[in-house]
Design a protein around this ligand. Structure first.
Ligand code: KG4
Ligand code: ZN
Length: 394
């Protein structure tokens, strides 16, 4: 779609900048359709930078994809089309907001599955045009990264472990729009490894919650599984080998009893935790070396050193990983932050919040903004050695 950007530009001048300075609350509608959750939300942001969720409707598509053992892009796109309008109406009604009250429309533009992204972004563009409101084309990874600003009022800078179905990265979040990628996975994303492990053990999708739940009854020490990448100098990740080790262990004792499955899940999760903690500790060390004597300047004001560790993304809902990271942060003198469980997975509240943060900085987009199935937060990061080009899901 190619349409005139006049409305968006005018609206951003009229509403965005005015609302940033007059002390009133901003209200932003968020739209999320990058993968297998359709979501619409309204979030308010005060002039002091505090956020409030007025509504956040999330509809999972897993009943459609389960029989295929994973997300089918075409089915996902159609499912978004079917319910997005109704979800937006519900989100607006729950928030008690009219389109006239909104200050902007924020929609995920990438990374993710192209069909779903097009559904959400085009819907956002039409609403922006119809109601003369600024459009913000949001990076889904940035939305995960900034969620703690909404939930914990935590501003950058901080160290972020972003763990989802399509991404596993350690990033220095220096400011909104300023990211340094320190490490990433050379093969599977962590959520993907959870999902594949669940599948090979015959557990229901999505795999992360299934593996976590099943592991509670398991013995993490029964099987000897690798701790991938531990001790390596660069804080990269790898999970494909661990998943294969689980497969071999399962094949060696098949047929599996319920106890076998629980022990394999517990062993897998323990290995994941050790690897993630080791890699994050390494990133903290690297940041200390990089930032000593060179602290980050935020908004051109006081120098700030990174002292906060944040975990975000779908896998951040995993209790064992949260506990392990909290212990790591305490031992390193860092504060630890994790969004509430409901805001770890994909949701439109985080999109609306990222949109609000961009709006107050005058960072709006015009109606020609493209969908970007691949859209790294740090364009300058070189791929980790051994990394292939992996899927674009966030
Ligand atoms: O962020 P998200 O909702 O979607 C993407 O942008 O990818 O993350 C989804 C991923 C899935 O792989 C899912 O299995 C995983 O997050 N996940 C979990 C848990 N809850 C969701 N992984 C481990 N433990 C959990 N409790
Ligand atoms: Zn996500």
């Amino acid at each position: 779609m190619k349409v005139s950007n006049t409305c968006s530009t005018l609206a951003s001048q009229k509403h965005g900048r005015q609302a940033a300075t007059d002390g009133s609350e901003l209200r932003v509608l968020g739209i999320e359709t990058s993968c297998d959750e359709t979501s619409a939300a309204v979030v308010a942001r005060t002039a002091q930078g505090h956020g409030r969720i007025c509504s956040n409707i999330v509809r999972s598509q897993w009943d459609r994809h389960r029989q295929f053992g994973g997300v089918v892009p075409e089915i996902a796109a159609r499912a978004h089309v079917e319910c997005l309008d109704a979800l937006i109406a519900e989100a607006m009604s729950q928030a008690g907001t009219t389109f006239g009250d909104l200050d902007a429309i924020a929609a995920t533009a990438g990374p993710g599955l192209i069909g779903g992204l097009m559904v959400g972004l085009i819907t956002g563009k039409m609403l922006s045009l119809e109601h003369a409101k600024p459009l913000i084309a949001v990076n889904h990874l940035e939305a995960h990264a900034l969620t703690v600003g909404l939930t914990d009022r935590l501003p950058p800078p901080y160290l972020l472990l972003l763990v989802s179905g399509g991404h596993t990265q350690l990033l220095a979040v220096d400011d909104i729009g300023r990211y340094r990628r320190l490490g990433s996975t050379i093969d599977d994303a962590l959520g993907e490894a959870f999902d594949k492990t669940a599948k090979l053990l015959g557990l229901p999708m999505p795999g992360g919650p299934s593996v976590e739940q099943t592991s509670l009854a398991g013995d993490p020490n029964r099987f000897s599984l690798p701790r991938p990448m531990t001790g390596r100098a660069e804080p990269h990740f790898s999970f494909a080998g661990l998943k294969t080790a689980v497969r071999h262990a399962a094949q060696s004792i098949a047929p599996l009893s319920d106890q076998d499955v629980a022990d394999l899940c517990a062993g897998f999760q323990a290995a994941v935790c050790e690897s993630v903690v080791d890699r994050t500790r390494r990133a903290i060390g690297i940041l200390r070396d990089m930032d000593t004597g060179n602290p980050i300047k935020r908004d051109g004001q006081t120098d700030v050193e990174i002292q906060d560790l944040v975990v975000a993304g779908g896998v951040a809902a995993n209790q064992q990983i949260r506990t392990a990271l909290a212990a790591l942060a305490a031992s390193e003198g860092y504060r630890f932050h994790a969004p509430p469980l409901a805001l770890c997975g994909d949701n439109a509240a985080m999109i609306a919040w990222a949109g609000a943060e961009r709006l107050v900085r005058g960072l709006t987009d015009d109606l020609n903004a493209p969908v970007r199935p691949r859209w790294p937060l740090d364009n300058t990061a070189v791929p980790a050695l051994g990394a292939g080009l992996k899927g674009a899901k966030a």
